[in-house]
Design a protein around this ligand. Structure first.
Ligand code: CTP
Length: 439
């Protein structure tokens, strides 16, 4: 019996896949199909596969062409499968020519002509093309550039306009996209807007009022009331309002939260989260709590929620400015405590330490660009290290989550509304001086 094996993602199963499977089957007597696991796809940069693993396996099963289906979970698994299952022929489409020649050491490798003019990428992009305008203050041009560049990895997303309000010509170094100085004109071009500006509350409201989806940096607004109004407006207009907080969408951060929620360090007793940066030469001082607060608060709010019973802050301001250079906010919860330290013009070790009754979780600096963390116990032999791929610092995952939520008509994923409001609450109480000591 001649055994044939082939692998693929098989997302939104199409004619090209079926033709490939038919020809693969015709090469022998028994066809094994390897379907890639979600994690494996993510690690190799396929970021917006639309169907779940089970849906994709089921679609392959329903073709009736596979005699056996397995899941491909790790790099190098093909060699293992071929040896273990005594495979005679490995085959894939011609888009992979040359890339699997190393398997010739174990079986025959056959590249089959790829079917023209159909692909999962194209189908995903055709389902819904979301046009996004990027609007930000001049000081945020690096963030705008990163968004524009990272958007190219996300199927179905097109950045159609860039805008720095009031600036007539594009900033050097930004990708070549239609430029607008008027944010409302930029908004009109698109189905959705990304906002990173001091005026984002008003612009988010205008965008939602004209039926656009909004991806907005936190805090949405300077007060809880305004933040709530935006959230309500989004619901009323049936639009997505999603927080832009790239760390929240990074695989390692997401996995870290799940691991902690499943009790790996026991009950969480304390969280210490530090995010700082120095000022760029000549830059105007900006508030450290405003720029770093939402990120520093993320693990605290995700793990302990917004039910603190006491909160106090220590802060020091830049000379001659109302902007805080360094702020520390301490939270007391009924059974836990947390502390965030943020600096803009003051530098510290940007680590995250989460203490529990059975051990602690440590994320080295800069923890908000997490691709690695450790779970540590009393006995070092019990320590575990976790590594993940972090392409695009979470930005492309954030964009992929935004597109997918719009397509599915979902509410904001991952960070719920209460958390967005909690961020605004911490900011508002700080500006009002509630429990704040100046040092
Ligand atoms: N394939 C093919 N003809 C196509 C598309 C895919 O022969 N038009 C083959 C691929 O070469 C591969 C298998 O089908 O051997 C599974 O491919 P997969 O990567 O799942 O499909 P794509 O449509 O190429 O997916 P994507 O656009 O996400 O890369």
């Amino acid at each position: 019996m001649v055994k044939v094996i082939t692998y693929g993602t098989f997302d939104l199963l199409h004619y090209g896949h079926v033709r490939l499977l038919e020809r693969a089957r015709a090469l022998g007597d028994w066809l094994i199909v390897g379907v890639t696991a979600d994690d494996f796809d993510r690690s190799r940069g396929k970021i917006n596969v639309q169907q779940s693993l089970m849906e994709r396996v089921e679609a392959v099963r329903q073709t009736g062409l596979a005699d056996e289906i397995l899941i491909e979970e790790y790099e190098g698994q093909k060699i293992d499968d071929i040896r273990r299952l005594n495979v005679d022929i490995f085959t894939v489409g011609s888009d992979w020519v040359g890339q699997f020649d190393y398997l010739n050491a174990y079986c025959r490798v056959v590249y089959l002509e790829r079917t023209q003019a159909v692909s999962s990428t194209q189908l995903r992009a055709d389902q819904q093309r979301l046009r996004l305008s990027l609007i930000g203050d001049a000081a945020e041009w690096t963030a705008l550039g990163k968004m524009a560049r990272e958007s190219r990895y996300v199927n179905g997303l097109e950045v159609c306009a860039l805008c720095v309000p009031g600036m007539d010509a594009p900033v050097d170094g930004l990708p070549d996209v239609a430029w607008f100085s008027d944010p409302h004109a930029a908004m009109e071009q698109a189905d959705a807007v990304y906002l990173i500006t001091a005026q984002q509350h008003g612009l988010a409201r205008d965008a939602l009022n004209s039926g656009k989806h909004v991806l907005c940096e936190l805090p949405y607004a300077a007060s809880v009331r305004e933040c709530r109004e935006l959230i309500e407006l989004a619901k009323q207009k049936n639009c997505l309002l999603m927080p832009a907080l790239k760390t929240a969408y990074a695989t390692a951060f997401e996995r870290m939260i799940l691991l902690l929620q499943s009790g790996v360090i026991g009950r969480i007793v304390n969280i210490e989260s530090t995010c700082t940066s120095l000022l760029k030469p000549g830059a105007e001082p900006v508030s450290s709590l405003h720029s770093w607060g939402p990120t520093a608060l993320l693990p605290v709010l995700r793990l302990l929620g917004d039910g603190w019973v006491r909160k106090s802050a220590l802060t020091t301001r830049h000379e001659g400015s109302s902007a805080d250079a360094f702020t520390r906010v301490d939270f007391v919860y009924p059974h836990a405590a947390a502390s965030i330290k943020v600096g803009n013009g003051v530098k510290s070790e940007g680590e995250l330490v989460i203490s529990g009754t059975k051990g602690y979780l440590y994320v080295p600096a800069p923890w908000w660009k997490t691709d690695y963390f450790e779970v540590r116990h009393e006995n070092p032999a019990d320590n575990r290290r976790y590594f993940y791929q972090l392409e695009g610092e979470g930005v492309r995952w954030e964009l992929a989550a935004f597109v997918s939520a719009v397509q599915r008509g979902e509410a904001a994923p991952r960070m719920d509304e209460a958390m967005c409001m909690a961020v605004s609450r911490v900011m508002e109480e700080f500006w009002d001086g509630v429990g704040v000591v100046e040092i």
